[in-house]
Design a protein. Structure first.
Length: 363
């Protein structure tokens, strides 16, 4: 039998409608042990019908700890970050934690009133960190380098911090991180290009203030030096449009000088998208004219013609490991510290855009 949604349904309304005690209703709604499965299902169904929403603030006060985790991401226009945040959230929810996510990148209108390129917005970060503190969150998971002021503020409040795909900033190397060896992964990709005999490479980089930029460039540059290949560095923003413009200008200059590169390495997916557009606009064929490789796998990488050779850092596994590590830390007796460095392997997925058939390898 359906029930009318109450304006402010309370736990007592739920317990009375389900015919159970307040204690049983509370345990059933929080998925705690000691409640029969049939009773738990009935209580949860009735709560949904009544429109009951748990008072999390009161629950936190009662247990003197929050069940909420804050996730700070860098750029939701890059599919990597929503996928990573989703995997983290799945792992946290499985452990009984809720979470909320904020994107530290925003788009501001240009002089013509059009949406401009995505840029890091310190004001957004400041507001979100303030909200995290107001909520007394149990922990914070970060995918980029916070400002020193916000990092110090979170540490002052003794909130557990975990960095994902981002090493802790200088001066905070005691903080834990989950990620891959970006330099080793890019080096593996460069070694593969060397196997093709390509002697002129180009690296398309996002801004240097993102901490993964340096190791990705360094690993690729080391492979180029070992192979005796010329390496050009193309500076782009962190979005497709800036990459298209930067790569386009670079290709035009290289063509005029009679020195087109034989391979392009886009250091993330938005840069790959922009680089691919620039190549298409100039009628350059992949891989016949220029081989193209990239960092991060994505759903449509194998559907392009040609399919794209990428470094796959296994986003779902990365996010799952981060969520599990934070939950395990919060649930440990005595507040055992998070592991200081949780490194996961990356895989080179060889497809067709580099000039050969599909296979995979690990660094």
């Amino acid at each position: 039998m359906s029930r009318s949604i109450l304006r402010h349904a309370t736990l007592r309304h739920v317990s009375e409608a389900a015919g159970v005690s307040l204690f049983t209703a509370s345990r059933a709604l929080s998925n705690q042990a000691g409640v029969a499965a049939e009773t738990r299902d009935r209580v949860q169904r009735i709560a949904a019908e009544l429109g009951y929403v748990a008072n999390q603030a009161a629950r936190n006060l009662k247990h003197r700890r929050s069940q909420t985790i804050g996730i700070l991401t860098a750029n939701t226009s890059n599919q990597y970050y929503p996928a990573l945040a989703g995997a983290i959230e799945d792992a946290l929810q499985a452990a009984g934690y809720g979470c909320f996510v904020s994107n530290a990148v925003s788009r501001h209108p240009d002089s013509a009133g059009q949406s401009g390129p995505a840029r890091y917005d310190v004001d957004r970060e400041d507001r979100f960190v303030a909200s995290l503190l107001e909520q007394r969150v149990a922990g914070v998971i970060v995918t980029y380098a916070l400002t020193e002021a916000n990092l110090a503020l979170l540490r002052q409040w003794n909130i557990p911090l975990l960095f994902v795909d981002c090493p802790p900033p200088a001066g905070h190397t005691d903080l834990p991180s989950v990620g891959i060896d970006n330099a080793a992964a890019s080096h593996l990709l460069g070694r593969h290009l060397a196997e093709h005999g390509y002697d002129h490479w180009a690296f398309i980089g996002f801004p240097r203030d993102w901490t993964t930029r340096a190791p990705r460039e360094q690993g690729f540059a080391a492979a180029a030096q070992e192979a005796g290949a010329r390496l050009d560095i193309v500076e782009a923003g962190n979005d497709s449009d800036s990459a298209c413009a930067a790569v386009g200008a670079y290709l035009d200059q290289a063509h005029a000088a009679g020195a087109l590169p034989r391979a392009l390495f886009a250091s993330n997916t938005p840069l790959l998208h922009g680089a691919w557009r620039a190549l298409q606009q100039r009628g350059l064929r992949v891989p016949a004219d220029i081989a193209v490789v990239a960092f991060d796998d994505f759903d449509w990488a194998s559907l392009l013609t040609p399919a794209v050779t990428v470094i796959d850092q296994h986003i779902a596994a990365l996010g799952e490991r981060a969520g599990q590590a934070m939950a395990a830390h919060l649930q440990a007796e005595g507040g055992e510290p998070l592991a200081s460095d949780l490194s996961l392997p990356a895989t080179l997925c060889v497809r067709h855009s580099c000039g050969c058939r599909e296979r995979s390898a690990q660094p």
